[in-house]
Write a protein that binds this ligand. Structure first.
Ligand code: FAD
Length: 511
């Protein structure tokens, strides 16, 4: 019997463990730092909020980071069965064909859109489109597009059309980007995380074991062969180990185990196993929140989702020759939240009479094609000390120019005639700021956040091969968003599930 250890039961790890344990001659042990209880707390099921994104929630790692020098941030990541898929916004949008082409350029044809489409169809149960050449109706992840009947959602789409953008009915099909509903793994208000979708039944299999509340600390090597996983309970041995601890967790484990840049590891006294560029150039979507006040009450508890509609488009800002072209996929996203800001993190509506100037809502403007790259390094050789995460946002002039287009476009959409019936004004943005690049750059820095889509710390091509196998060592793979050569131009939740499925297929077929 082959024994495989999977570290992390998140968006990629849960699918991977479920698929591997379909082979009855394989023993699968999943080690997860958070709870693996089958009873999911109600606030984690409630897709109309993102309550666990608040620092301090037990299901959130809340890693300290710097978005830019002097801009500290606590990065939410799920620490629970389902990982970040249990605490996220529920958007389940496939990578675009152009994203897959960028991955295939580094990883080979197995990552082309044509090669991945059958897997994307097999992992979903599209409740709107059903089975067809683009969609599947029998996979573990239910996908539904939220109703667009909220007054803000209707007005937002109409305002985007008024500003010259096109409708995009299905963001999970190829075609030009535009405004439309966000495909989501939300059914009847429940966020169907990967723990529910993949492991609810599979966890009853005799060859699958889940250990919760246990943090993997290091991979144990014999020369360059990975032979076990060190935890506070001791060492668990295996024939193969697959890191699915997410772009931060897997990176920390690789570095703490001696896989990373030689000079960095030597400086901390960590014995080198393989000199590889781990954590050196990650990508994520910087975002800017634009707060606005509603002219009337918009959010209702009966609408059990938070993010209904998104506008994807190309900024028109071109980078230097040779850089990726975003004309056909879009490099900006404007996301409409149909719940007031406070409600998203608390699950409670504020007393509207206490807000005579109008309920506070937000548009989230994300740069989906960032040029900037960040770095993760160890702060200490102690595997329990959080790593140092430097996003280095806003260093690229192209990124700043694209974000300015994003904010100006969002402001124009809010001010369009079609939005007038719901719009009472901006909270803190004025025409002087909008007109002046330097003032707008400062406003953007003051409203800077991250979409929490961190990817590419152990990219295919340089750190792993196309099947997640870590170069220069044996018996060790990475299968989570760390291996994406670059963050997709949409949210990576669907890509993470895809990675779990693709690497599981490679392992099962002996690749
Ligand atoms: C608040 C929030 C909102 C988001 N909204 C969206 C959205 O709407 N749409 C979208 O597409 N994407 C969204 N994302 C991003 C998306 O959820 C992630 O990109 C995706 O879940 C990453 O999958 P993963 O498998 O790489 O990592 P995760 O899903 O984060 O899984 C990693 C797992 O490994 C475990 N782990 C980590 N370290 C260790 C260790 N040392 N030992 C044992 N276990 C460990 C963690 O506890 C976790 O369970 C959001 C993310 C967050 C945090």
């Amino acid at each position: 019997m082959t024994k495989t250890i999977v570290i992390g039961a998140g968006a990629a790890g849960a699918p991977l463990a479920a698929r591997l344990s379909e082979d009855r001659d394989r023993e699968v042990l999943v080690i997860e730092a958070g709870s693996v209880s089958a009873d999911v707390p109600p606030e984690l099921l409630d897709a109309s909020t993102v309550q666990a994104a608040a620092p301090g929630h037990p299901a959130n790692w809340a890693y300290p980071a710097d978005l830019a020098p002097g801009v500290p941030y606590l990065v939410a990541r799920g620490r629970v069965l389902g990982g970040s898929s249990t605490i996220n916004g529920g958007g389940f949008v496939r990578p675009r064909p152009e994203d897959c082409a960028a991955w295939a350029a580094a990883a080979g044809p197995a990552w082309s859109y044509e090669a991945l489409l059958p897997v994307m169809r097999a992992l979903e149960r599209d409740l709107d489109f059903g089975a067809g050449p683009v969609h599947g109706d029998a996979g573990p992840i239910p996908v539904r597009r939220p109703a667009q009947d909220n007054p803000a959602a209707r007005a937002f789409a109409a305002a985007a059309l008024e500003c010259g953008f096109r409708l995009e009915h299905d963001k999970n099909a190829p075609g030009m980007p535009g405004v439309g509903p966000i495909p989501s793994n939300i059914v009847d208000g429940v966020r169907v995380n990967t723990g529910l979708a993949y492991l609810a039944e599979a966890r009853g299999r005799p060859n699958l074991r889940l250990i919760g509340d246990t943090q993997a600390q290091r991979i144990v090597f014999q020369c360059t062969r990975a032979i076990g996983v060190e935890t506070s309970d001791g060492v668990h041995v295996a024939d193969e180990i697959v890191l699915c601890a997410g772009s931060i967790g897997s990176t920390q484990l690789l570095l703490a185990s001696g896989i990373g840049p030689r000079a960095d590891l030597e400086a901390l006294g960590i014995p080198l196993v393989a000199d590889l560029p781990v954590g050196q150039a990650f990508s994520d979507h910087p975002h800017v929140t634009l707060p606005w006040r509603a002219a009337r009450r918009l959010g209702t508890a009966s609408e059990r989702f938070a993010f209904s509609t998104a506008l994807n488009f190309f900024s028109g800002v071109r980078a230097e020759a040779g850089a990726r072209d975003f004309t056909s996929t879009g490099d900006l996203e404007i996301l409409l939240a149909v719940k007031p800001i406070d409600y998203l993190l608390s699950g409670a509506f504020a007393d509207s009479t206490a807000q005579p100037e109008g309920e506070p809502f937000q548009l989230i403007i994300s740069l989906q094609g960032p040029e900037g790259r960040g770095r993760i390094t160890l702060a200490s050789a102690d595997p329990l000390t959080p790593p140092r995460i430097e996003y280095r946002y806003l260093e690229s002039a192209v990124d700043r120019a694209r974000l300015r287009v994003g904010v100006r476009t969002a402001a124009a959409v809010l001010r369009a005639d079609a939005f007038a019936s719901v719009f009472a004004g901006f909270r803190d943005l004025d025409d002087r700021t909008l007109a002046d690049d330097a003032l707008l750059d400062a406003w953007i820095r003051a409203h800077l956040g991250t979409a929490l889509h961190l990817s590419g710390t152990a990219p295919m091509g340089t750190v792993t091969d196309a099947a997640g196998r870590v170069r220069d060592v044996q018996g060790l793979r990475v299968a989570d968003t760390s291996i994406l050569p670059v963050v997709p131009t949409r949210g990576p939740s669907a890509s993470a599930v895809l990675i779990g499925e693709v690497v599981a297929r490679a392992i099962r077929s002996g690749g």
